[in-house]
Design a protein around this ligand. Structure first.
Ligand code: SAH
Length: 371
């Protein structure tokens, strides 16, 4: 992306802070990621290859294939509805969906019943997805809400890998025996941006009871209102019209305190405030808040289960063995390496987790039998 667009975005944020005072991390993050002119995702090619980060579907085709089989199985358990919406939120380069649809082709009726909707903010990534999905005839919506709403009265089958971690959060810090909001204001360094603390009514602080106890001085509380709103919207659609959602991301299973804000620029850790639009900003996903949102909106949640256990239960090793039979020794070694990366607890196997949202009377879907 041209540096001028990023410089202009930084200037707009500085002007806004000068006029309004410090802004929430949520507002800063939103602009840095999705500003139409200078946002990180709006232009550029962040994922894989020469991008800033790589993701499970870019590491191995097995990831998307197993998710495709999970979707066919969920559709089968739902009584094989003759028309349904298949929504992917944040499809990246389209690799997951390409692998999923290839695997799902074993059930041709699934393909015939499927209306594919991709929720993608980035025009650049939309173009990449179009190239990766010839014949799938997807339609695009620029944000998650419009993508889910497109389902209308159809059952909703949804997949989102590393989407929730990209949604903006707020942060609060416990200082002098009260929660203060960590906002983004002006400082000397960091391109002019720096964290400042703002007094806020304690009743406005979305501290879940579990962490309200007696937090230590300096404790950080994170809150992702938009993440919970996405889960609530998915849950309402599925509770009313049926379907199943699979959310995979990195994060933690119960409410907890701690600062998980991180930024990556050119593949290396960076300062989240330093150069809006130039670095990818993410935070760990609080799966408990997604579960809470799903339940209060009439759906049932399963998990989270560790990604490693989930993929193993779906048959990752058998699929790897089948691929290796047709591979050269070098390619077979590469398959082993990539599967190990997805499954191993010290790689992505434990940090990443899967959560499923289903109608209130559903039994556990594939891969969630233990939860
Ligand atoms: N699921 C992909 C990509 C993950 S990166 C993979 O596993 O490889 C995050 C994705 O979410 C990107 O496609 C990005 O453009 C999209 N995205 C980020 N914020 C978004 C938003 N607010 N609305 C819609 N899409 C968004």
């Amino acid at each position: 992306m041209p540096d001028a667009a990023k410089a202009a975005l930084a200037a707009r944020l500085r002007a806004r802070i000068a006029a309004e005072g410090p802004i929430s991390l949520e507002d800063f993050w939103q602009a840095a990621m999705t500003d139409p002119d200078g946002g990180y995702y709006t232009q550029g090619q962040p994922i894989g290859g020469d991008g800033d980060f790589t993701t499970a579907p870019e590491i191995s085709q097995i990831f998307g294939e197993l998710i495709g089989l999970w979707l066919v199985d969920a559709w089968d358990r739902a009584g094989q509805p003759a028309a349904f919406a298949l929504v992917e939120l944040g499809p990246g380069r389209g690799q997951l969906m390409a692998d999923a649809l290839r695997a799902a082709a074993l059930a041709p009726e699934f393909g015939r019943a499927c209306r594919l909707i991709l929720g993608e903010a980035s025009p650049t990534l939309q173009a990449t997805q179009k190239n990766r999905l010839p014949g799938a005839a997807p339609i695009w919506r620029p944000n998650w809400r419009q993508a889910i709403e497109y389902a209308g009265k159809l059952p909703l089958f949804l997949v989102a890998n590393e989407f929730f971690d990209a949604l903006p959060i707020r942060q609060y810090e416990f200082k002098d025996r009260a929660w203060r909001e960590r906002r983004v204001g002006m400082g000397a360094a960091r391109d002019g941006f720096a964290f400042t603390l703002a007094d806020v009514p304690q009743s406005d602080v979305p501290a879940p009871l579990a962490v309200l106890g007696a937090p230590p001085e300096g404790a950080i509380l994170e809150h992702g209102a938009e993440q919970a709103e996405v889960a609530a919207t998915i849950a309402r659609q599925i509770a009313q019209h049926g379907g199943a959602a699979l959310i995979v991301d990195y994060g933690f299973a119960g409410h907890r305190l701690g600062d998980s804000l991180q930024a990556l620029r050119d593949g290396a850790p960076a300062d989240a405030l330093a150069a809006p639009g130039a670095a990818d900003i993410t935070a760990h996903v609080n799966f408990q808040s997604l579960i809470d949102a799903a339940k209060t909106n009439g759906a049932k949640a399963f998990g989270p289960v560790d990604q490693g256990a989930f993929l193993l239960a779906l048959g990752a090793e058998a699929r790897a063995d089948a691929l290796k039979q047709k591979a050269t020794p070098a390619a077979a070694a590469e398959i082993d390496r990539s599967v190990r990366r997805l499954l191993h607890p010290l790689a992505m196997g434990r940090l990443f987790k899967a959560l499923a949202i289903l109608p209130p009377n559903a039994s556990p879907p594939a891969g969630f039998q233990t939860s």
